[in-house]
Design a protein around this ligand. Structure first.
Ligand SMILES: Nc1ncnc2c1ncn2[C@@H]1O[C@H](COP(=O)(O)OP(=O)(O)OP(=O)(O)O)[C@@H](O)[C@H]1O
Ligand SMILES: Nc1ccn([C@H]2C[C@H](O)[C@@H](COP(=O)(O)O)O2)c(=O)n1
Length: 222
């Protein structure tokens, strides 16, 4: 089996990675992998076990026992932790507040990067769109198309608040900024623009325009 064509999509919180990556995968008939959901699922499982997510040693000790399974259909992505469908729970406030510290722990990153590479290698489709923070830099540095997706903090907060129905846009903006801070300053594979990536600023672009731009980049090199 030949290896799938990988499209890496990285960027800060709420920049539109998931919606864009799913749209690109659906347009191209590719699979889709949401690696943020994997970090969230581990965090959910650790919270269920009562692990202190601020204690890196406790997180590193407990994480290897967590079983994560990702479904890669872009029309209906799924995520299970220890056999439980956690797609709703991982979007809740509790997991969102704890996930960034968990994602700083090198042992967690090592486990999930290995799992992500095995999902990519086992992908049955011709290609896979993988989104996260370290896809172009660490998980799939040889990906032929790498995107670094950004949007102004105010646009990101307004979109996220519209999605969740939150009226406290300032609180939403602070939550995004806090995650960006932790994600981009951690020692282990921090959020960064990967070598060879194309930066797309979606602040003034609709979702369909961003999707078509990326599909065009894939078609140029494929
Ligand atoms: N280009 C765009 N124009 C308008 N709205 C957008 C655009 N891209 C994404 N959105 C909306 O912005 C919100 C955040 O998008 P999305 O969840 O895809 O971001 P994300 O980067 O995956 O977030 P996170 O890092 O928190 O997982 C969603 O409501 C989505 O519909
Ligand atoms: N490849 C990845 C994917 C995600 N993370 C971190 C970043 C966030 O703190 C958290 C949740 O991600 P989201 O669902 O908001 O995209 O996981 C990471 O470090 N590396």
């Amino acid at each position: 089996m030949s290896s799938p064509f990988v499209v890496a999509v990285d960027g800060p919180s709420g920049s539109g990675k998931s919606s864009t990556a799913r749209g690109v995968a659906q347009r191209l008939g590719f699979a889709y992998l949401d690696t943020g959901a994997m970090y969230r699922a581990v965090t959910w499982a650790l919270l269920q076990r009562g692990v202190d997510t601020g204690d890196a040693s406790a997180v590193a000790e407990a994480a290897p026992a967590v079983r994560i399974v990702s479904g890669t259909d872009p029309g209906a992505p799924t995520i299970h932790a220890d056999g439980t469908d956690v797609s709703v729970q991982i979007r809740g406030e509790d997991v969102t507040a704890h996930v960034s510290p968990v994602a700083t722990v090198p042992a967690v990153r090592g486990l999930l990067v290995q799992l992500q590479r095995s999902v990519i290698a086992g992908c049955a489709a011709d290609g896979i769109v993988v989104e996260g923070r370290d896809i172009g830099s660490t998980v799939a540095p040889d990906a032929p198309v790498k995107i670094y997706l950004v949007a102004d903090p105010a646009a990101r907060a307004a979109r996220r608040a519209a999605e969740t129905g939150a009226t406290d846009t300032a609180g939403t903006a602070e939550s995004l900024a806090r995650r960006d801070r932790i994600d981009s300053t951690r020692a282990a594979s921090p959020l960064t623009r990967a070598d060879g990536s194309v930066e797309i600023d979606s602040t003034h672009l609709g979702l369909a325009e961003v999707v078509e731009t990326i599909v065009g980049l894939v078609q140029e090199v494929r």
